[in-house]
Ligand binder design. Structure first.
Ligand code: NAD
Ligand code: TYD
Length: 335
């Protein structure tokens, strides 16, 4: 059996990856390590918690005593765990620096002592490149992160790289574009707008709404990671972009139209400080290994909207009963 450690496996992408891995790799034994912050939820893994090839460990990547035995027996480490929401990083950056930078350091230190380790995947992000006015970011481009989340991820990205360069560790770094799909916490734009619109509530569109994101379905992301675990080269960075550049205002209209809601639900609100105008990833390097995204954006968005419609059990308790979420919402958006 291949021992696989997935950090942050109770979050959005991590839980989709755990499910993907268990379905495709009967010879993998997957351990999820997750602190279950506000964004990490056992519900995200409800159908695989009792899977015979899966174990869940409730723990913090900052806790070296918890990480050491898990990392030291792993052949593959896929490191998703992070604080991930830009708006929260603007309200307070401390937890981002601790988790995203120091937490990565703790895991990398443990990984230095892992005798069977053959892959450490540092899950980075396209946000490390900063705003891209024209063209597409290449892996060799300068990093110009412009918000505390992006900066903490850039720190972790380069720290992981340094452990390859210095200690010859089998590190690869992946920089994905904005993901969408099931189990995404309803603070991010797609699940927030979909669930607000289902309830006929306003959707708060930042600034002029003309910022562009390059959307990637989470299943296409999982497939890319699966390929890179096998085919990626040590010390290399790989962009994973969906190739679906969409302006926020257009995205919002599509969501409202899919739900049969009026455009009058769009509520223009003050812009996010330092709001990156556009992200766009060049994916030549990854495509050369045989990957291409398979989920057309229209279809993926429709299925995602449907998923939130069919799974109110999953998001209603967060939006209606979780006091921490309600308090965050008030702070971020006012009443
Ligand atoms: P998420 O916020 O949904 O999940 C993060 C998970 O990490 C949660 O389960 C949380 O409990 C866990 N976690 C946080 N701090 C921890 C700690 N100290 N110890 C253990 N677990 C901890 O995030 P996501 O959207 O699934 O993102 C996963 C990774 O992918 C992150 O590294 C993020 O930077 C990266 N990424 C995300 C996107 C995107 O669009 N969502 C795009 C590119 C890269
Ligand atoms: P988000 O989902 O927070 O992802 P990221 O900041 O990592 O790209 O936001 C996606 C886009 O949607 C971004 O341009 C900001 C915008 N946005 C809004 O207009 N309103 C909102 O309430 C949120 C959360 C995001």
């Amino acid at each position: 059996m291949v021992e696989v450690l997935v950090t942050g496996g109770a979050g959005f992408i991590g839980s989709n990856f755990v499910r993907y891995a268990l379905a495709r790799h009967p010879d993998w034994r997957v351990t999820t390590l997750d602190k279950l912050t506000y964004a990490g939820r056992r519900e995200n893994l409800h159908d695989v918690l009792d899977h015979p090839q899966h174990a869940f460990v409730h723990g913090d990547i900052l806790d070296a005593a918890v990480c050491a035995p898990l990392v030291e027996r792993a052949e593959l480490v896929i490191h998703f765990a992070a604080e991930t929401h830009v708006d929260r990083s603007i309200l307070g950056a401390g937890e981002f620096i601790r988790t995203d930078v120091e937490g990565t350091f703790v895991l990398l230190e443990a990984a230095r002592r892992a005798p069977r380790l053959r892959r450490f995947v540092q899950i980075s992000t396209d946000e490390v490149y900063g705003s891209v006015p024209t063209g597409a970011s290449r892996e060799t481009d300068e990093l110009r992160p412009r918000n505390p989340y992006a900066a903490s991820k850039a720190g972790a990205d380069r720290l992981a790289y340094s452990y390859w360069a210095t200690y010859n560790m089998p590190v690869i770094i992946t920089r994905a574009s904005n993901n969408y799909g099931p189990y995404q916490f309803p603070e991010k734009v797609i699940p927030l707008f979909v669930t607000n619109a289902i309830d006929g509530l306003p959707v708060p569109l930042y600034g002029d709404g003309r910022n562009v994101r390059d959307w990637l379905h989470v299943q296409d992301h999982c497939a890319a990671l699966d390929l890179l675990i096998d085919q990626g080269a040590d010390g290399e960075v790989y962009n994973i972009g969906g190739g679906n550049e969409v302006m926020n205002v257009d995205l919002t209209h599509r969501i409202l139209a899919t739900l049969g809601r009026p455009a009058s639900l769009i509520q223009p609100v003050p812009d996010r400080p330092g709001h990156d105008r556009r992200y766009c990833l060049g994916t030549t390097k990854l495509r050369a290994l045989g990957w291409a995204p398979h989920v057309p954006f229209d279809e993926g968005l429709r299925d995602t909207v449907d998923w939130y419609r069919r799974n109110e059990w999953w998001w209603r308790p967060i939006k209606e009963q979780d006091l921490a979420f309600r308090s965050y919402y008030r702070t971020q958006y006012g009443r």
